[in-house]
Write a new protein. Structure first.
Length: 166
């Protein structure tokens, strides 16, 4: 069975800006993991609550946080490395990702994906502890806290079950 060893995790928030009023920054999460002999980065940029995922072979975290819109090379690289699935699990809106996880809960990629989602959705005061918890461990060996979006998803499943029972 495939295993994912987490070597490093990073969390940051872009500067944000002004449009028709202040706009909060985007939340960036990156997890460097080893898949056999290869090292990859699974990255998420949450823009307005919507996650965007990137699988890269290099660390792009600082550039993602810097969010330099004039850096065409960076944006072209990110476009080329955008992913909508990882190891058979759909990556997209959180509910779609959790639906995919529910369909294949034993997929070895599930703990890695849940780890990244929990990192991005983590309270800022808990980020450093979370990062320390996940570094230097196989994704399938850690107790990943349930994120707020996963909890919402699980609650909606319970409500659907109750509605069906009548």
């Amino acid at each position: 069975m495939k295993r994912y060893y987490i070597e490093e995790a990073k969390y940051g928030v872009t500067e944000g800006g002004i449009a028709c009023g202040p706009i909060s920054g985007n939340v960036i999460g990156s997890v460097r993991f080893r898949d056999g002999d290869r090292v990859w980065w699974l990255n998420s940029a949450e823009v307005g609550g919507c996650p965007n995922y990137y699988l890269t072979d290099k660390d792009v975290f600082d550039d993602m946080v810097k969010e330099d819109f004039d850096d065409e090379g960076h944006w072209n690289y990110m476009d080329e490395h955008f992913v909508s699935e990882f190891s058979g699990i759909e990556l997209g809106e959180y509910c779609d990702t959790f639906d995919s996880i529910s369909s294949d809960p034993n997929n070895p990629a599930v703990p890695l994906i849940r780890c990244l989602i929990s990192l991005v959705r983590c309270c800022e005061e808990d980020v450093e502890d979370f990062i320390e918890m996940v570094k230097g461990i196989y994704a399938d060996e850690m107790e990943i806290p349930v994120s707020d979006v996963e909890e919402d998803y699980l609650d909606s499943l319970e409500e659907d079950d109750e509605d069906e029972k009548g």
